[in-house]
Design a protein around this ligand. Structure first.
Ligand code: UDP
Length: 481
């Protein structure tokens, strides 16, 4: 192939947690590394949050094309688990992705897809171009993910019933109660979908991970050098590209520009006094938990910004595919304790459904983040130097919470989770006070600042992720020439 500028197409499956890192990586390739990048954003909804995200990163070398996700209502039941929905949706959308790619004037010369996009490897094979996977989670999760087909053969019974942690060669072992959602029930069809997805990922020509060397030395070393893991990953090269997070570039520039009413409110609060509470793009908690959380915030007497979403019958990922849409209720009054909004109006701000998270986390008034530990939220918090209260809900978030509390030591976690279903108000209040005012909060802040610095170093010129992206680009060139 004779061309001067490498053109890479990045395929993002639905959900802002997938779209945001693919888009940010596309932006980094187009700006820092001067490639052409086209992001193919497969979407189920066009919410204001998605539109804002799609239009926020404009630069000459970067194009974004939205592709409506295929209608899968006739293929799987509407209550199928999210992993099944995403995999089938992405499989059924392959023809639309293929046809979009076929209209491109030049290239693409390589594909990058997330872990739900592996059916698109077929398109790369038809075009004779290399294909790479971007794991939007961390390296420890990647290790469990690719090793799951082996665990499937080794482990008898349900993973959650095991007495011993699950051993992953060369990595920190995984507590049975921390396994990712699709591993919770091996009899569920989602488990089979997950195992197939794991194999699909290892068929890529290389694995890109949204992490960096200093953050996860052990898991990254295992993925590259442990014999067993290497054979499972079919000796594919592993590239660290992180942190890639939305609205954040090596120069530290925040791109949104618009002053939101939350930011105006934060401007009036003292430095490092506010706890930001959000369960990501899709997390919902139970009615009972919402009440305890509200009472706990009130009891703490600390300032807070809380992004609330309509509660569900249970902890869930129910809003994941409806990113940033309004809750459908008449505002939060409908499900918060009576009088809560009035009693806390001087110290708290309740925001329905959606808030500009990266801007909030970077605000000087913010002292801590009560988070569901989605990997994007985790990285956004780390890159703002903000310590966390880890409150995992679904997907691989329990592993992330364990990593944040036990390995990186930048978060505390409710002692009561996961053994009880509801964390009581006293525990909520204690964690919030400790984080904002306590010694533990100060220590975590110091560790958080060090991690932030190491993340910045990784993506700066000649940093580990910068160099790794250069190696990935070299690999692309060598495979397409
Ligand atoms: N997000 C946001 N405002 C909100 C909720 C979420 O901007 O009110 C963004 C957040 O900054 C992050 C993404 O949505 O980039 C959520 O991704 P994450 O991996 O943390 O969790 P997921 O929603 O995928 O579970």
């Amino acid at each position: 192939m004779a061309f001067k500028q490498l053109h890479i197409a990045l395929i993002a499956s639905p959900g802002i947690g997938h779209l945001a890192p693919l888009l940010s990586l596309g932006h980094r390739l187009a700006t820092t590394h001067n490639l052409r990048a086209t992001v193919l954003a497969v979407t189920t909804t066009v919410s204001p949050a998605i539109t804002q995200l799609l239009t926020s990163l404009t630069t000459t070398n970067l194009s974004v094309i939205q592709i409506p996700a295929a209608d899968i209502s006739a293929v799987i039941p509407p209550d199928a688990k999210i992993v099944t929905q995403l995999c089938i949706m992405m499989r059924e959308t392959v023809p639309a992705i293929r046809s979009t790619i076929s209209t491109m004037a030049s290239g693409p010369h390589a594909l990058i897809g997330d872990i739900f996009s592996t059916d698109s490897w077929l398109i790369a094979e038809e075009l004779g171009i290399p294909k790479y996977v971007l794991v939007t989670g961390n390296a420890w999760f990647t290790s469990l993910f690719i090793y799951s087909p082996v665990l499937d053969k080794q482990v008898v019974g349900q993973y959650v019933d095991q007495k011993e942690p699950l051993e992953i060669p060369g990595c920190k072992s995984v507590l049975p109660e921390d396994v990712v959602d699709p591993m919770l029930n091996r009899d569920d069809e989602t488990y089979g979908v997950y195992l197939a997805q794991s194999v699909g990922v290892t068929l890529a020509d290389g694995v890109l991970i949204n992490s960096w060397e200093d953050l996860e030395p052990q898991s990254l070393d295992a993925l590259r050098n442990n014999e067993v893991l290497r054979s499972v990953i079919r000796c594919k090269p592993v590239y660290t590209v992180g942190p890639v997070i939305k609205g954040y570039e090596p120069d530290g520039a925040e791109r949104s520009g618009v002053k939101n009413k939350v930011i105006e409110w934060l401007d009036k609060q003292p430095n490092r006094s506010v706890i930001y509470v959000s369960f990501g793009s899709g997390g919902t908690i139970s009615v009972e938990q919402m009440k305890e959380l509200a009472c706990g915030l009130e009891l703490s007497h600390q300032r807070f910004v809380w992004v609330v979403r309509t509660p569900s019958g249970q902890v869930s990922d129910g809003s994941f595919l409806k990113t940033g849409q309004s809750s459908g209720l008449d505002g939060p009054c409908g499900y918060l304790p009576e009088g809560f909004l009035g009693r806390t109006e001087k110290i708290g701000l309740v925001v329905p459904s959606w808030a500009p998270q990266v801007e909030i986390l970077n605000h000087v008034s913010v002292a801590g983040f009560l988070t569901h530990c989605g990997w994007n939220s985790t990285l956004e918090s780390i890159m703002s130097g903000v310590p966390m209260i880890a409150w995992p809900l679904y997907a691989e978030q329990k592993m992330n919470a364990t990593m944040l509390t036990e390995v990186l030591e930048v978060a505390v976690r409710p002692a009561a989770l996961p053994t009880v279903k509801v964390v009581g108000r006293e525990e909520v209040a204690k964690m919030v006070v400790d984080l904002v005012e306590g010694e533990k909060g100060k220590t975590m802040k110091m560790k958080g600042d060090m991690l932030k610095e190491s993340g910045n170093k990784a993506i700066s010129e000649n940093g580990s992720s910068y160099v790794s992206i250069c190696k990935f680009i070299e690999d692309c060139w060598s495979r397409c020439h």
